[in-house]
Design a protein around this ligand. Sequence first.
Ligand code: ZN
Length: 275
Amino acid sequence: MSDPCILCVAITGSVPTKAANPAVPVTITEQIESTHEAFEAGASICHAHVRNDDETPSSDPEKFARLKEGLEKHCPGMIIQFSTGGRSGAGKARGGMLSLRPDMASLSVGSNNFPTRVYENPPDLVDWLASEMRAHEVVPEIEAFDTGHLWYAKQLVKDGVLDSPALVQLCMGVPWGAPDDLNTFMAMVNNVPDDWCFSGFGLGRNQMAYVAASVLAGGNVRVGLEDNLWLDKGVLAENWQLVERAGTIIENMGARVIGPAEVREKLGLQKRAPK
Ligand code: ZN
């Protein structure tokens, strides 16, 4: 079992809309408020995307800069993780915000089909994003959407593109990647090298079940409106409520949720002055 345990909140993503759940934070001000509530509820990492006012995904470094500034002010010590993922732009535009030096950034290392498009992460882009992260001292969180992505991540460590031990997020139940059954999850977990640190999440209605599954399997936890809009059947969630519920599950399992300072120590993140 994972004890102590890291709790990450994925506040927005690039898909959920206010029409689906009015609590989805879209503007930078809303994102800062929602993250602050989640921080108070026990989240120590904020995984963030930015959006345009019409809710379409953005990769605008200026928006990321305002978000980072607001989070540093209102959530002191919280670990800021920017998404370099998917829908926010093509190719290298996805890494344009790395020079802002967030603590961490997500790094998808494989391609797969999403329901209406291909999620493209070709090897040359992965190499480039990894080298930018290294240049700006941003710690990558590898996103594994399927078993082969983990295989490739280990090769990237062997090739010296990524440092070891690495951090990996096991993304379960994202159509059409790894399904969120326990056999597939444990196949992924068993392929994470012993000295790496992993977290796992389940998309949609299995979000809370995957809090328990990940902790039990020795991993950390991610919840939030990026991955799931519901607190209960028919009850829409806010980010802080998902964090609070996850914290309750973790603590009832006999594990402890750690704060930002301990997370920084565990993940080898330095607290540094912005450049
Ligand atoms: Zn994301």
